[in-house]
Design a protein around this ligand. Structure first.
Ligand SMILES: O=C(O)CCC(=O)C(=O)O
Ligand SMILES: [Fe+2]
Length: 298
């Protein structure tokens, strides 16, 4: 519940409650309802994108409500699914900040592998979906109180190919770059490829906090080791030549380039709004694609 670097949050936070524990479902009924609610759940996503093969039912779901007290709380770069034993497949974030304005910080930044960053303001009713094992992301320090609701859906992630960077992949070719953009195996080189990004976000979130120096040291050691490896080192350098400094900024709700998919969403008062990237037929499979929607006012 508390965010890294938020100095005031820990003593204000109630202890985490695990609603998979059935004895808690009655006293926390309204929250538990969300765990069983299927409108944003696996069934719906499986219906649209059967290739996701998400597990269904409340045991395959995790919910988190997060409060950031506004004293600089943030998240350094991470994948929500960084490898086994995690089963997280889809992350859904819903923001609950009616008064957020430019300058408050707390933006979510998506860092799709070797693609431009996407900066997303945590606007009220905005929701963001992405593949938990494909999208590196971070949250900028927030100087205003910030609420975020997270839903994680489990799926069949972390097969051997998702985890092991085999020697035959270490080819400095465009085809491999394209493959890594779409494969969770990118996680094994992400830290070295995005070394500065990790370091900057760690410093922004943790500077002066206990453990920061150790984390920084651990990060640098890992990167140095990979770069020194006779096959991996040159491969990482090759990938680094594709990193880009462009960003896409999403601070206002989109209107003009909205892609509406009314039939189903209208009934639920949810507007499917936008896709980014080239592979719109299979949005969830591609790390280039992020999609989001926000919910109508009443
Ligand atoms: O607060 C956010 O916007 C995202 C939080 C996050 O990345 C996480 O909980 O893993
Ligand atoms: Fe996350």
């Amino acid at each position: 519940m508390d965010l890294h670097g938020d100095r005031r949050a820990p003593d204000l936070c109630p202890p985490a409650q695990d609603l998979h524990d059935e004895t808690l479902q009655e006293p926390l009924a309204s929250f538990a309802e969300l765990l069983f609610e299927e409108s944003l759940g696996s069934q719906r996503l499986n219906h649209w994108w059967p290739e996701l093969a998400l597990e269904e039912g409340f045991r395959a779901k995790t919910l988190k409500v997060q409060r950031n007290g506004g004293q600089g709380g943030c998240f350094p770069c991470h994948y929500d699914n960084s490898g086994p034993p995690s089963k997280r497949s889809i992350t859904c974030l819903v923001y609950l900040n009616p008064d957020w304005t430019d300058g408050d910080g707390g933006e979510l930044v998506l860092h799709p592998f070797l693609e431009p960053d996407i900066i997303i303001a945590p606007l009220m009713r905005r929701a963001v979906f992405f593949r938990s094992d494909l999208i590196l992301h971070s949250v900028r320090p927030s100087s205003a109180e910030r609420f975020c609701f997270t839903l994680w859906l489990d799926g069949p992630t972390n097969s051997r190919e998702d985890v092991n960077l085999t020697a035959k992949l270490l080819r400095s070719e465009l085809e491999t770059v394209d493959f890594l953009k779409r494969s969770p195996v990118q996680r094994s080189v992400s830290r070295a490829v995005n070394s500065e990004l990790y370091e900057e976000s760690l410093l922004a979130c943790m500077s002066g906090m206990p453990g920061c120096d150790e984390m920084l040291q651990g990060h640098r050691q890992h990167v140095t080791q990979q770069l020194a490896h006779p096959q991996l080192g040159p491969f990482v350098e090759f990938l680094r030549s594709f990193t880009c400094s462009e960003t896409v900024r999403l601070c206002e709700p989109l209107t003009a380039d909205v892609f509406r998919r009314k039939q189903d969403w209208a009934r639920r008062r949810v507007d499917f709004a936008w896709t980014l990237g080239s592979n719109n037929n299979h949005p969830v499979r591609s790390c280039r694609v992020v999609w989001k929607f926000w919910i109508d006012d009443d």
